[in-house]
Design a protein around this ligand. Structure first.
Ligand code: 13P
Length: 220
């Protein structure tokens, strides 16, 4: 098992000024980060400035995006492609339930996103909301986010999340890491990260506040 991944998914929130303010308030140091990798996923509008700030201040933070085009570069008005993402980000979230539901992304579209991300050198973090969902074979990192736990304050039990994580690994030989997401807080994060089959967390609401997210990183 590699590092635990601790992700901030800001979703559709934060101006550039707010994003930079968050980075200034982030209170993590390399010494607290043994076996942890911290990843921030801003909106595309803040991607360049966040990436520049992280580099200039040598913050121990990697960058991810929340989506990627299912197409390569070309005549796809409005899309951000994987080569463009690669300029700034190491990771990309693919298949978040909010995109499946609100933007009707299906298994075919998601498989295209995964292929193009992988061939462009961006690492997909593939989101599923239950154990039976199809996972493209190139995926190595999965985030398990049960619908009942997203944004509700009702997190899954660590035992249930652990058994789903194990089942996902058992069913997919290529998967090295399974993260848990859904109402993760500074108070409950360690209950998840201490479980044998859970390799990190994907944090929504509690990641919007730099102090809460710093505590999540410290407690994970
Ligand atoms: P919350 O942490 O707000 O429940 O969101 C989880 C999520 O969807 C992260 O991708």
């Amino acid at each position: 098992m590699g590092n635990h991944l601790i992700l901030a998914n800001w979703k559709s929130n934060k101006s550039v000024i707010e994003a930079l303010g968050w980075l200034k308030m982030l209170n993590i140091s390399e010494t607290n980060l043994e076996n942890k990798e911290v990843i921030v996923c801003p909106s595309f509008t803040a991607l360049q400035e966040v990436s520049k700030f992280v580099a200039e201040n040598s913050l121990p933070v990697k960058i991810g995006t929340q989506d990627v085009s299912p197409f390569k570069e070309g005549s796809y008005t409005g899309e951000i492609n994987a080569i463009q993402i690669k300029e700034f980000a190491k990771y990309v979230l693919i298949g978040h339930s909010e995109r499946r539901e609100n933007f009707h992304e299906d298994d075919n579209v998601l498989a295209n996103k995964v292929s193009i991300a992988v061939s462009s050198g961006v690492i997909p973090i593939y989101c599923v909301s239950d154990v039976g969902m199809k996972i493209p074979s190139e995926v190595k990192i999965v985030a398990y986010e049960p619908l009942s736990a997203i944004g509700t304050g009702n997190s899954d039990t660590p035992e249930d999340a652990n058994s789903v994580a194990k089942a996902i690994k058992d069913a997919n030989a290529n998967i090295t890491s399974v993260l848990y997401g859904g109402s993760v807080t500074p108070e409950n994060v360690a209950n998840f990260t201490k479980m044998e089959n859970i390799d990190g967390v994907l944090v929504g609401k509690a990641s919007l506040d730099a102090s809460d997210f710093s505590k999540i990183v410290q407690n994970a």
